[in-house]
Every structure is written in C-alpha cells, then in structure tokens.
Ligand binder design. Structure first.
Ligand code: DGL
Length: 248
C-alpha cells in the first residue's frame, strides 16, 4: 500500500466507518474511546440491510459505494465495521484504493480457540462471513484440534435494527442460539457480527458461568489507532472532533 500524505491537514480529516445498519456502532464507540481526538463519519447502510445472505459480488458493490461516499466526505481511513463486508470485499477495496488504509473485522476465533479449555468454541455470524476465505483460513490456522461450531444468527440483526435488545422475544431468540452451543460444551462464544455486541448483556446472562463472550470491538479500535499512528495520520483534535452519522 502507498503511504498516505503525511501532513497535518490529512491527519485532521475524519475516519470513515460503514455497516449494514447500527451494528458497527459498537466499533465506532470503541474507536472513540481509543482515539478521542478523531473525527468520524459513520454510514448506517440501512437501505441494503441485511448484508448477511447477499452474494459476495453484491456486497463488493455495496462496500465500494459506501467507501466512495466516505472518501467524498474526506475520510483518511476506512473501517469496514462489518464482518460480512470484510469477508467479501476488503481485498477488492484495498486494491481499488491503494492509498487508503482499510481496517476490517473478522470473528475472533484465534483468541477463543487459544483460551478454550473444553476444546469447543461457538461462533455466531452471518452466512456470508462463514463462507469467506478469512474465516476459513483463520479457523484452519488457529483452531487446530478445537471444535468450532458455526451458528448463523441472522435473527439477531433484525432484533438490533428494531432496537429490540431486551425483552422476552429477544431473550427467546438469543437462548435458541446459545443453548445448543452450551449443550455442546462451548466455553467461548465469539460474536462474529458487529450487530451482536448490542445483545451482549442477554448473551452473557444466558451463558453466565459456562461460557465467556468474545467481542473483538476493542481490539479493532486499538488496531485502527496503531494504523493511524503508523501512517502519521493521528489527529491533533485541536478544532474538537466532529461526528457525522449518515443513514441510507
Ligand atoms: N453487521 C454485519 C456483520 O458484522 C452484518 C449484518 C447483516 O447481515 O447485515 O457481519
């Protein structure tokens, strides 16, 4: 990748984020905590939600459109705050925009597999994420000898988009996905979709004392911070950070 212009004006530009809706807000919030001086632009691409079952080619098109919108807004870096979009599109985005740093997100199978004592790990994600090369390769490399149970939990996306992160309907939907993982002996449950941390209190309540919930949001935020520093793109924030929210 070419190094982006290393000047202060470039550094004061915002960091862009996109997801199929509200899911990626957990990444955005973690990023704001890690980098309080940075301005941000967040695209909640509700018009195209959900991404989970779309063919990879469509996700690439949608991701490219979101990226262009963020770059038109002057963004200096793009955080693909969506596992599904990362799986389908991050290689193409990097190829299409070689001067822009991209940060992606993938299910945290590696730390979960390394820490598992039972040798069974549950992963919740979309079909698109499970179908991608990143997931397959990470699993093959880092989860040897560990049983990884892949569970598609599209219902969670709808719950979060409807703001239904508590109450009996949400609890029933979460229990239906978590109970089989616990019954199979999973001692770690990986949140492999950025919508799912919004249901974390419910997931933790159901898994309490049996499985640890693994959410990579903070790790992604730290990685974004490292990349900004590496490219000399960290904002001074002297004008005060601005945060823009765009809903399609
Ligand atoms: N939040 C997205 C992810 O991390 C996907 C949700 C959807 O299916 O749109 O995979």
């Amino acid at each position: 990748m070419e190094s982006p212009a290393n000047d202060q004006a470039a550094a004061e530009r915002p960091v862009g984020f996109f997801d199929s809706g509200l899911g990626g807000l957990c990444i955005l919030e973690a990023f704001k905590r890690a980098c309080p001086r940075e301005s941000t632009v967040y695209i909640a691409d509700s018009a195209n939600c959900p991404y989970g079952n779309r063919p990879p080619g469509e996700i690439v098109e949608i991701s490219e459109k979101n990226t262009r919108l963020l770059l038109d807004r002057g963004c200096k870096m793009v955080v693909v705050a969506c596992n599904t979009a990362t799986a389908a599109a991050i290689d193409v985005l990097r190829e299409n925009h070689p001067s822009v740093p991209f940060i992606g997100i993938e299910p945290a199978v590696k730390p979960a597999a390394l820490k598992s004592r039972s040798g069974v790990v549950g992963v919740l994600a979309t079909a698109g994420t499970f179908g991608g090369r990143l997931y397959r390769e990470t699993k093959e490399r880092f989860a040897k000898g560990v049983e990884v149970i892949a569970t598609v939990a599209d219902e969670f996306v709808e719950l979060v988009e409807n703001g239904e992160t508590g109450g009996p309907r949400a609890e029933e939907a979460v229990r239906a996905k978590i109970a089989p993982l616990l019954a199979a002996g999973a001692d770690h449950i990986v949140l492999g979709c950025t919508h799912f941390p919004h249901l974390r209190p419910l997931i933790e309540k159901i898994a309490a004392g049996r499985a640890e919930v693994v959410d990579p949001s903070e790790a992604v935020a730290r990685q974004a911070r490292r990349v900004l520093l590496r490219f000399g793109l960290a904002a001074s924030g002297s004008a005060g950070p601005q945060h823009e929210f765009i809903r399609t």
